[in-house]
Design a protein around this ligand. Structure first.
Ligand code: SF4
Ligand code: SF4
Length: 186
């Protein structure tokens, strides 16, 4: 089956459901934790979300968005094991984040990870997010639905975004703010 940006989440989870839980990939990095997942995991650990975030998460910037990843334990950053890996076992297995459930080493792993970035990180309302995705695509292939002309079918708008003629978040898709105008207004 060809995975696309539009593939339903249920199907993505089904396709990725062959993890043997060996802990190998968890030894080389943490995972993305979405807002509602932070809620779930902190409840499962019986701690407040704030404490959970301080103890277990780090904030990073990806595709112009503040996102959370589990901390890693390492002497040689940026590589190291996920803070939730205990020997070969995930300590939050029952509530582990979607990223861990679908970013597997299976034949679909790369495609499901792309699906995750496209549907949970990339912000199509943020031109800078799209520009950073465009830079990423210079060296990485993506799944159908994730190419620039598919994400922004309006050629003029895409061109404006890539040429930095749309430079900030818009409330309205038709609102075009030129760099020149912004500079003139200070
Ligand atoms: S949360 Fe669990 S499954 Fe996800 S990377 Fe950490 S140890 Fe692995
Ligand atoms: S995704 Fe692969 S490497 Fe990672 S725990 Fe599952 S089987 Fe092991």
């Amino acid at each position: 089956m060809k995975i696309t940006k539009q593939t339903p989440k249920k199907e993505i989870i089904r396709l990725a459901d062959n993890c043997r839980k060996c802990g190998h990939c968890c030894s080389y990095g943490g995972c993305y934790v979405l807002e509602d997942e932070a809620e779930n995991i902190s409840s499962a650990l019986s701690i407040e979300k704030q404490e959970f975030a301080e103890k277990y998460l780090e904030e990073i910037d990806f595709l112009n968005k503040k996102v959370y990843k589990t901390k890693i334990i390492s002497k040689d950053l940026p590589f190291g094991k996920c803070i939730f890996l205990d020997e070969k076992r995930c300590m939050v297995q029952n509530v582990k984040p979607l990223h861990c459930r679908i970013g597997t080493c299976s034949e679909h792993g790369q495609a499901t990870l792309e699906w995750f970035f496209l549907n949970h990180i990339l912000d199509l309302d943020d031109p800078e997010s799209i520009r950073q995705w465009a830079v990423r695509l210079e060296n990485t292939d993506t799944i159908p639905g994730g190419r620039l002309h598919e994400l922004v079918p309006d050629k003029k708008r895409l061109n404006n975004i890539l040429n930095y003629e749309i430079v900030k978040k818009e409330r309205d898709w038709d609102e075009v703010i030129g760099l020149k105008v912004i500079k003139e207004n200070g």
